[in-house]
Design a protein around this ligand. Structure first.
Ligand code: TYD
Length: 215
């Protein structure tokens, strides 16, 4: 087992259907195979409370307004950091999270129109000022994402039209947010899963080496 001189946090981001969760699983296996003490987690749902919140957020059995929705994601995040992320980083583990704070900036900020500044402030507070060392963005071009939604139909239902507009805002949001961020690795989500993993794995290893944490 390779021991890191400090914990490393990696977040994975991208729109729904970008292949992000498959990449998270594959990357976890590849990094663990390198002898790195790696754990895979996710938001929402990385803690016991988070699993309950995830059910509320997904099933939408009760009405949840936009602000309440964000605060539920933030509550999940606070519990996730307190219960899992911070202890694992203190144990010098490599933590991979399928989504994290940037998802809220993009989905609740760019997507739903809530204040991005406020979201970033609350995220920072929930995360005890800890930021991911590396963020991997699984990029899918707007045209491909839209094709997946419309499936080349001429007439769209109002639900599909709404989803299409929302997805367009999400992609625009991710691109704007990640445009000049040096901690972000962009991988091509259109490639086969093993190639996406190879791209991400090579970049992560290079970045970890640059951080000088492997003894
Ligand atoms: P996702 O990881 O896509 O779940 P699954 O892989 O099972 O589809 O995340 C669930 C949804 O929650 C997804 O549509 C994105 C959304 N989400 C937000 O809107 N804000 C957030 O802060 C997070 C973490 C997720």
């Amino acid at each position: 087992m390779k021991i890191l001189s400090r914990g490393i946090l990696i977040s994975l981001e991208g729109i729904d259907g970008s292949g992000k969760s498959t990449l998270a699983r594959n990357l976890h296996i590849h990094l663990a195979n390198q002898g790195l003490d790696t754990i895979l987690t996710r938001e929402p749902g990385g803690s016991a409370l988070g699993k309950k919140l995830r059910t509320i957020l997904q099933e939408k059995e009760v009405n949840v307004c936009d602000k309440a929705e964000y605060l539920l994601f933030a509550a999940d995040r606070a519990q996730h950091f307190d219960e899992l992320v911070i202890p694992a980083l203190n144990e010098r583990k490599l933590v991979i999270s399928d989504r994290m704070a940037d998802s809220s900036v993009v989905y609740q900020g760019y997507g739903r129109g809530l204040s991005i500044e406020l979201i970033q402030t609350i995220n920072t507070w929930a995360m005890h000022n800890i930021k991911p060392d590396i963020t991997i963005y699984v990029q899918v071009p707007v045209e491909i994402a839209l094709q997946r939604i419309t499936k080349r139909k001429e007439m769209l239902s109002s639900f599909e039209r709404e989803r299409l507009d929302f997805t367009q805002r999400l992609i625009g949001g991710f691109e704007k947010l990640f445009h000049q961020r040096r901690d972000v690795i962009i991988v091509n989500g259109q490639l086969p899963a093993d190639e996406v993993c190879e791209q991400a794995f090579d970049a992560v290893i290079k970045n970890i080496q640059a951080l000088n944490v492997i003894s």
